[in-house]
Design a protein around this ligand. Sequence first.
Ligand SMILES: Nc1ncnc2c1ncn2[C@@H]1O[C@H](COP(=O)(O)OP(=O)(O)OP(=O)(O)O)[C@@H](O)[C@H]1O
Ligand SMILES: [Mg+2]
Length: 322
Amino acid sequence: MVEAKEHAIWTEKYRPQDFSEIKGQKEIVARVKAFVEQKNMPHQMYSGPAGVGKSTLAIVVAKKLFGDSWRQNFLELNASDERGIDIVRVKVKDFARTKALGDVPFKIIFLDECDALTREAQQALRRTMENYTNTCRFILSCNYSSKIIDPIQSRCAVFRFKPIEKEDLHLIVDRIANEETLNVSEKAKQALIDVSEGDCRRLENVMQSCTAISKNITEDLVYSLASVAEPKEVKEILDLAVSNKFVEARSKLIDTMLNYGLSGIDIIKQIQKQILDLDIDNRKKMELMDKCGEIEFRLTEGSDEFVQLECLLASFTLAGSS
Ligand SMILES: Nc1ncnc2c1ncn2[C@@H]1O[C@H](COP(=O)(O)OP(=O)(O)OP(=O)(O)O)[C@@H](O)[C@H]1O
Ligand SMILES: [Mg+2]
C-alpha cells in the first residue's frame, strides 16, 4: 500500500478524504455536510471550473454516508461517453434495482460532465431522475450551469464552485513540498500559483512533473513545464511593440511561442494579463483589451494564428506611437 502510494499520481494521493480537507468552497461544504449528517439529501448539481473539488466533494459525501461500502453505493458515470445518455440509462437502471446497503435509504449516482449532454439527452436524464428518486440521489457535475436545462436545475440544489484562492493554493504547495521533501523557492511558489489559475489539479500535476526533473523547483522550471511563458518575457514583447519596435517584438513573440510550445490562444491570454501594466494611457489599454477579445474570438474560430497575432501586435505599436 505504502509502495503503491509512492508512485501514485499526486492528484489522487492528495485528494481530500474528508470535508475538513477540502480547501475553499466553505459554504458549499458546510451545506453538503449538513445533508450528510441528516442522512438525507436532495439531488445536487455542482458547477464550476476544472480542478476545484467537484468530484472530490461527491466522493467525500459517499465515503461519509456509506463508510467502507461506499463503492457499492456510489455509481460514477461520465455523461460525455460516446454512447451518452443511453448507456447512462442502462447503468442507472441496473444500479438502482437493488437497495442501498446499511442505514441510508438511497444510493448516489454521480454524473460527470453533464454539460456535454444535448438538450434531448438532458430531457431523457430528467425522466431518469424522476423514475429513480425513491432509491437514488443524483449529483450532477458540469463546468457551465447555463448549459443545463431549467427542469433539471429546478430539481437540484445547485452549488457553484469557485477557483481556489491563492492563499489556499499556497497551503497545498507547502503541504506537498513538505511531504515530498521538495525545495520550492518563493518565486517558484508564485509561479505555480500563477500557472494553475485556481485549478488544483493543474497545480499538482505541474508540481509532479517538475519533481520528475528536480527536487529543487525553480520559477524557470515551473514555467517551462507548464507551457506558460514567463510573464516578464511577455511583458518584454509588449514593451517592444509599444515602443515602435514592431519587428523585434514579432521575432521575440515567435521565439517565445516556439520555446514554450504555446498556441495562439495560450499566448493571447498571457498578453491580455499584461496590458494593465503597460506604460500607455488608460484609454489605449482599454482599446487593447477589446482588441485581445476580438483576436481571441477569431482564433477560436480557426483564423491563421500568425496573421492574427501580427494584427494584435500592430495594435500595440499603434497604441504606443499615437
Ligand atoms: N478544494 C480542493 N481542496 C483540496 N484539493 C483539491 C480541491 N479541489 C481539487 N483538489 C485537488 O485536485 C484534484 C482534482 O479535483 P477534482 O477531481 O475534485 O476536480 P473537479 O472539480 O471535479 O474538476 P473537473 O471539472 O475537471 O472534473 C483532487 O484530486 C485534489 O487533489
Ligand atoms: Mg470532476
